[in-house]
Ligand binder design. Structure first.
Ligand code: SDX
Length: 428
């Protein structure tokens, strides 16, 4: 490729396409005119080599194990920032001043209540419904309320919808948990932090006062930061695709929740802890490593591998350190932490995992912390969705304000029958 162009030779024809450069990371070949020029499509199921958009929110260097949010390394944000500060950064592009953060916190706090009628949606679910099923349904139901913030072409309404989604996810997540354990819903309290409010709505009961444990509050806030945004992952791409048709913002986030639920994506944190529990003791690890390497066995090491990271997921590094800190501070000893550690050590020294560059990802250790705090495994992906709502909302806003954005409409390589005539059933 010379001087910023990519040449494509097809038969006796040649086509030039512009190379576009970002601030950092791989260049892209602008092939928007390819079909019109050459009557061919590109083919990239899973989008392994395809950029779907331009974005300034999050940058991942998969080979180096780097994750930046608006240029700030995830390790620094996790150790020095707060989830609300990261939410502001992702939405606005810059870290807030003290006054800006105070105003943002107040705005979000005053949107934490949900319409009282929303609680009736829970009644339709069985108590043993998976909380992610409840989240998809109830967050989707928000699209039937708040009609004063669904005109996506009005920046003021977009901002209100964004604040409502970020603010109400903890309330709805806590309600999903309360419904599953048969306890009454707890209203938010405006004098608590975003994360402290969530913990109180989840764990307090009317029968006694509830004090937010600062150790747990800090750990949860850090976990939320680690899950806030991650470039064009499957659920974020789902939100963008749904939003590209101009759909209701609340419905778009419900679509993202549905996609995140899958065990290959956000559901991996629940699957990883269940896997660690199934392994149970370090002596059974070789059996599972063998299964993970066996092509005839669908089993995969949950919490391992990543489409982009071909190095350690920097979030996993922070998560492992936090897991150790939380277990120590809470005085919890969980044997599966040792199983996780030993599994990681064995896998990282096994040629199969080394050759395929499979490392622990964000989901490998998160379940150990969440379990130590007392969340049931079925709530793990709900917590991921709660935090990722900040990223989904920021990406959705970026997509809507992108002058290049069009409705997403991929093409295909057709492999079905060519045209044929209908045969009446009497002749079949
Ligand atoms: C998240 O995209 C994001 O950014 C996602 C996320 C976010 O913040 O939004 O980071 C969150 O989803 C993290 C990933 C959570 N998922 C899991 O932990 C599930 C287990 N991991 C995988 O199933 C898998 O690694 C994926 C889905 C994460 C990535 O899959 P890819 O990129 O499509 O890679 P692949 O399936 O083609 O695997 C490449 C090879 C294959 O072997 P070959 O066919 O080449 O011989 O590696 C093998 C796979 O069989 N492999 C694994 C493995 N992951 C990949 N083998 C055993 N165990 C694994 N975990």
């Amino acid at each position: 490729m010379a001087d910023g162009t990519a040449k494509l030779a097809l038969g006796d024809k040649s086509f030039d396409y512009k190379l576009m450069s970002g601030t950092v990371g791989p260049d892209v070949i602008d092939i928007r005119k390819l079909y019109a020029d050459a009557d061919v499509f590109t083919y990239d199921p899973g989008f392994t080599s395809t950029a779907s958009c331009q974005s300034g929110l999050t940058y991942i260097d998969g080979d180096a194990g780097v994750l930046l949010h608006r240029g700030y390394p995830i390790g620094q944000l996790a150790e020095q920032s707060s989830f609300m500060e990261v939410a502001y950064l992702l939405l606005k592009g810059e870290l807030p001043s003290a006054d800006e953060l105070k105003t943002f916190n107040n705005t979000i706090t005053r949107h934490t209540m949900v319409h009282e009628q929303l609680s009736t949606f829970f009644r339709g679910f069985r108590r043993d419904a998976h909380p992610m099923a409840v989240m998809v349904g109830v967050v989707g139901a928000l699209s039937a309320f708040y009609h004063d913030s669904t005109d996506i072409n009005d920046p003021v309404q977009r901002e209100i919808a964004s604040h409502r989604l970020i603010a109400k996810m903890p309330t709805i997540a806590a309600m999903a948990y309360k419904y599953s354990v048969g306890q009454p819903f707890v209203y938010p309290k405006n004098d608590l932090s975003y994360t402290g409010n969530f913990l109180r709505m989840t764990y307090s009961v009317p029968a006694e006062e509830y004090e937010v444990d600062p150790v747990i509050e800090a750990a949860m806030d850090k976990i939320f930061i680690l899950h806030a945004d991650h470039e064009q992952n499957a659920s974020t791409s789902t939100v963008r695709l749904a939003g590209s048709s101009g759909a209701n913002p609340f419905a778009c986030i419900a679509a993202g929740i549905a996609c995140l639920w899958g065990p290959a994506h956000g559901g991996a944190n629940e699957a990883a802890l269940n896997m660690l529990r199934e392994i149970g003791t370090p002596d059974r690890i070789p059996e599972y490593i063998a299964r993970a390497k066996n092509k005839d066995d669908p089993f995969r090491l949950m919490g391992f591998g990543h489409r982009v990271y071909k190095n350690y997921d920097p979030r996993a590094t922070v998560m492992q350190k936090t897991a150790k800190e939380v277990l120590t501070k809470l005085g919890v000893t969980d044997p599966i932490f040792d199983v996780a550690h030993e599994l990681e050590h064995i896998a990282l020294n096994d040629p199969y995992f080394i050759d395929k560059k499979l490392y622990p990802n964000v989901d490998f250790y998160s379940g150990i912390i969440l379990s130590a705090i007392g969340f049931p495994t079925t709530m793990f992906t709900v917590l991921f969705a709660l935090a990722r709502t900040v990223g989904w909302v920021a990406q959705w806003n970026e997509m809507i304000t992108d002058p290049a954005q069009k409705i997403g409409r991929p093409r295909q390589l057709y492999t079905g029958p060519t045209q044929r005539d209908y045969v009446p059933v009497s002749q079949r």
